[in-house]
Design a protein around this ligand. Structure first.
Ligand SMILES: C[S@@+](CC[C@H](N)C(=O)[O-])C[C@H]1O[C@@H](n2cnc3c(N)ncnc32)[C@H](O)[C@@H]1O
Length: 340
């Protein structure tokens, strides 16, 4: 990879991903006929946005302009502000900056903050929306400044279509003090992307639940949880009236009544897990699905294609999303629902 990032071309799409996953993102974009080009560490550009958002993209923006680093900061900020105003002439804006999530990118964090502030002061204050969480309902445009080695890329996307409202798709979740596992943050991040979450009294089945991080987060929301795992749960969960631990394999388990939510974080082979989740869909055993699929193999995209096919065609799961979230490592998170 060259030390400096190649400038992204206006009108094309800029995608960012987890470090080391560029080849997978590139391949997905190529398979979608989007003519990708590698720009630098964790940054891939494509001619168009595929119909299905790429699973390995943390976020994507339509490129407004690229500016080579090295010009005086005042001039750079003025040029960026002018291009943003031309490209997005009306409506509220959420302005953010990010650096590529790589060692070289992370060293530019202070510079990214400085550019952001300098541009912010040059845009009309009444157009800047500070409450990012209101961006979608306000019809705002997300404007991102990607401050990368050797170049600043400016891009935008309507907030309603954005893969993430966090700068560069880095949706960092706080690990709850009592969390049984790091996995709790994966669940919290997955739930942020959904329009609603499990609530009081709803029945959740948690396949591969031990040691209990997901179950804890679901119980905290008032749900009743059936935790299925041959391994032990942490003792704090064992005695709770709203938690039932079925200490057996998820492949052997049959629910007594349909669940509102099916959660799955089983450390098991992805195709077999997808087939199990498809069985749940086909039999109408759950309405909503949130599953973490492990992808330790080198060739991930062919597996993901099969997982998608099994869930949709064999399982009848609808509105399927597959995304590698910020807290996902060699894994992706699937969400879906089904109507009876
Ligand atoms: C990553 S851990 C799950 C962490 C959990 N979500 C949490 O928040 O604490 C993976 C779990 O999958 C379980 N597992 C593997 N094969 C399974 C199977 N056939 N049925 C049920 N659980 C299984 C393992 O026992 C392990 O506890």
């Amino acid at each position: 990879m060259p030390p400096d990032t190649l400038p992204a071309q206006p009108g094309r799409w800029l995608w960012t991903c987890r470090a080391g996953f560029e080849p997978h993102l590139f391949e997905e974009l190529a398979w979608a006929g989007a003519s990708p080009r590698m720009l630098g560490e964790v940054l891939v550009e494509s001619e168009k946005r595929p119909a299905e958002p790429p699973a390995f993209a943390r976020t994507g923006i339509r490129v407004v302009a690229s500016f080579l680093a090295g010009q005086p900061s005042e001039q750079l900020a003025q040029s960026i502000a002018s291009r943003v105003t031309e490209a997005v002439p009306t409506g509220p804006l959420v302005l953010q900056s990010f650096t590529p999530d790589s060692p070289a990118g992370n060293r530019l964090a202070d510079e990214a903050d400085a550019v952001l502030e300098a541009v912010r002061t040059r845009l009309p204050a009444d157009r800047l929306l500070e409450e990012t969480w209101r961006a979608r309902e306000s019809g705002a445009t997300l404007v991102e400044l990607c401050v990368a080695p050797g170049v600043v890329v400016v891009g935008s996307v309507p907030a309603r279509e954005a893969l993430s409202l966090s700068p560069g798709g880095r949706q960092r979740m706080r690990r709850p003090g009592d969390a049984a596992s790091r996995a709790a943050m994966k669940l919290e991040e997955a739930l942020v992307s959904l329009p609603f979450e499990p609530g009081r009294g709803e029945v959740c089945v948690d396949l591969g639940a031990a040691p209990g991080g997901w179950t804890q987060r679901l119980v905290a929301r008032g749900a009743r949880v059936i935790a299925v795992d041959p391994a032990k749960l942490i003792p704090e969960l064992a005695g709770l009236p709203r938690v039932e631990h079925i200490q057996e394999s998820a492949f052997a388990y049959t629910p007594e009544e349909p669940a509102d939510w099916l959660f799955c974080d089983m450390a098991w082979r992805p195709i077999e897990v997808a087939q199990l989740l498809a069985k749940w869909g086909r039999r109408g055993w759950a309405t909503h699905l949130v599953a973490n699929i492990k992808l330790p193999m080198k060739d991930k995209n062919p597996i993901l294609l099969r997982v998608r096919h099994i869930l949709v065609e064999e399982g009848g799961w609808q509105a399927l999303t597959i995304r590698q979230l910020y807290h996902d490592r060699d894994e992706v998170t699937v969400t879906a629902h089904r109507t009876s």
